[in-house]
Design a protein around this ligand. Structure first.
Ligand code: COA
Length: 165
């Protein structure tokens, strides 16, 4: 059986193909998309979503964990290379927001990653995500203007880093 780790009732475990329906449902939430901003071009395109996740699941350099809260799939945390840098991303379904789930999941996930700096990019006005990063020890390391699909415009994107380069 795959290992499961738990903090404050939040469990991380390997992603199973049957979790993808829930991740897709979360991805179709308009409010969450607006918040995350740098999202899939068409969040309702199930084929594109499936191709994206097939690639993540077959990438041995990417770590991916399903976030489970009280026995229910609440979201995911992943690590991958973005602009040549080890980076993380996460998404929690709206019905689970505001209970410290993302913070607990990210903290737990970081302990699974190899030593070295980790980066994360976030829309400057995604205050919840900024807090998740700050509470997990990330520090602001830069700012860029980037195109955000969910806003159909360029917006300010903050770059966060955990650890020294
Ligand atoms: C951002 C997200 C991961 C936060 O998940 P969560 O489980 O609600 O986060 P937590 O409960 O751990 O909250 C962490 C902190 O953020 C704050 N917070 C959460 N949502 C917030 C919001 N919408 N506005 C302001 N602060 C918010 C919490 O109050 C908490 O701070 P505090 O401890 O200082 O009070 C979740 O809303 C989400 O998945 N959104 C859609 C996808 C997304 O934006 N992913 C990140 C892309 S970079």
């Amino acid at each position: 059986m795959a290992p499961v780790s738990t903090t404050n009732g939040v469990q991380l475990r390997d992603v199973s193909p049957s979790d993808l329906d829930t991740f897709f449902l979360h991805q179709t939430d308009d409010l969450a998309n607006r918040m995350a901003a740098f999202t899939a071009e068409d969040p309702r395109d199930r084929g594109a979503f499936q191709r994206h996740w097939d690639q993540i699941l077959s990438d041995n350099n990417s770590r991916k964990q399903t976030v489970v809260w009280r026995g229910t799939v609440a979201g995911y945390v992943t690590s991958f290379e973005l602009f040549g840098k080890p980076s993380i991303a996460y998404w929690v379904g709206r019905e689970f927001w505001g209970q410290g789930i993302a913070t607990a999941a990210v903290k737990q996930f970081l302990r699974m990653l190899p030593e070295g700096p980790i980066f994360a990019r976030v829309a400057a006005d995604n205050l919840g995500s900024v807090r998740v990063l700050e509470k997990s020890g990330f520090k602001r390391a830069g700012v860029e203007r980037s195109y955000a699909s969910a806003r159909r415009s360029e917006i300010e994107e903050l770059i966060f880093r955990l650890g020294e380069v």
